[in-house]
Design a protein around this ligand. Structure first.
Ligand SMILES: NC(=O)c1ccc[n+]([C@@H]2O[C@H](COP(=O)([O-])OP(=O)(O)OC[C@H]3O[C@@H](n4cnc5c(N)ncnc54)[C@H](O)[C@@H]3O)[C@@H](O)[C@H]2O)c1
Length: 261
């Protein structure tokens, strides 16, 4: 079992929601954190609420140079990286093609920009953060976990072709990364897994159709949103328990998408 005390977490999307709560949880266990986010003001506000060894870095995860700077800053500040949590993510929901209820003809399409932006942040951004942090972890003989964040949306949610596609990618990456590290004799010290939450009480949900969300919540056996602390606790448990690697761990309160099953 690994210990969080004195361990270093690099968390993107660290100014809000699951990233911020994970940073707080990690600090409470005696760890150190580097939080990256795109908004300097949001980062400053987040740091005010955190107690302990915290470094904040303004990064746009879609930019290669920013991802590199983030990973190098973690080494410069704390000398190691134990947890990589590339949690920065967005939703921009819409239908692939929207038809007119009266004419039945197509009246709108998801724009390329709307599709591409979600891919850039949720997929390319994770690729860059993981690649840069992994390089530092290997070169500095670190031991720990790359913890991706997928979603129940990875199973396919109507209105989220962009988001669901990126989250499906997050479900396959742990297998790819674990297999590559295994081939190089590194998988015993650097692990990769994904957590896949259902609907978590964070600001990201404000961008969802609230009627659709209410309907979905009717299908959640525990009858409520997941708390971000519950997700942070799972990520930290996967970090501690070195038998957990290469797979996706769901946390959704029993949600069965589209059915009370
Ligand atoms: N909340 C949920 O219900 C839920 C469910 C499953 C998965 N997730 C995933 O969890 C992760 C965190 O989501 P959250 O709910 O905490 O959302 P959130 O909106 O509270 O936090 C996301 C953070 O990412 C940052 N961000 C956005 N674009 C960025 C960029 N280009 N560079 C750097 N930072 C950027 C935002 O500024 C924000 O602080 C996301 O990947 C999301 O898809 C959330």
């Amino acid at each position: 079992m690994l210990e969080i005390k004195n361990a270093v977490a690099v968390i993107t999307g660290g100014a809000s929601g699951i990233g911020l709560v994970t940073a707080r949880y990690w600090l409470q266990q005696g760890g150190k954190v580097v939080i990256g986010d795109i908004s300097e003001e949001a980062l400053d506000r987040a740091v005010q609420t955190l107690d302990g060894d915290v470094v904040s870095v303004v990064v746009d995860v879609t930019r290669e140079a920013d991802a590199s700077r983030l990973a190098k800053q973690a080494i410069a500040s704390f000398g190691r990286i134990d947890l990589v949590a590339p949690f920065a993510g967005i939703i921009m929901d819409g239908l692939l093609v929207a038809t007119d209820r009266e004419t039945g003809k197509v009246k709108g399409k998801m724009s390329l920009e709307k599709f591409q932006r979600v891919v850039d942040i949720n997929l390319t951004g994770v690729f860059l953060t993981v690649r840069e942090c992994l390089e530092q972890m290997i070169n500095h003989d670190c031991r720990g976990l790359i913890c991706l964040v997928s979603s129940t949306g990875s199973l396919g949610t109507a209105g989220q072709i962009n988001y669901s596609s990126t989250k499906a990618a997050m479900s396959v990456m742990p297998k790819v990364i674990t297999a590559e590290l295994f081939r190089r004799g590194l998988a015993d010290r650097i692990r990769c897994a994904a957590i896949a939450p259902g609907y978590v009480r964070t600001p990201i949900l404000e961008n969802m159709n609230q009627k659709a969300l209410e309907k979905i919540l009717g299908d959640v056996p525990i009858g409520r949103l997941i708390e971000p602390e519950e997700v942070a606790s799972l990520a930290c448990e996967i970090f501690r328990n070195e038998a957990l690697t290469g797979d996706v761990y769901y946390i959704h309160g029993g949600l069965r998408l589209g059915s009370r099953g």
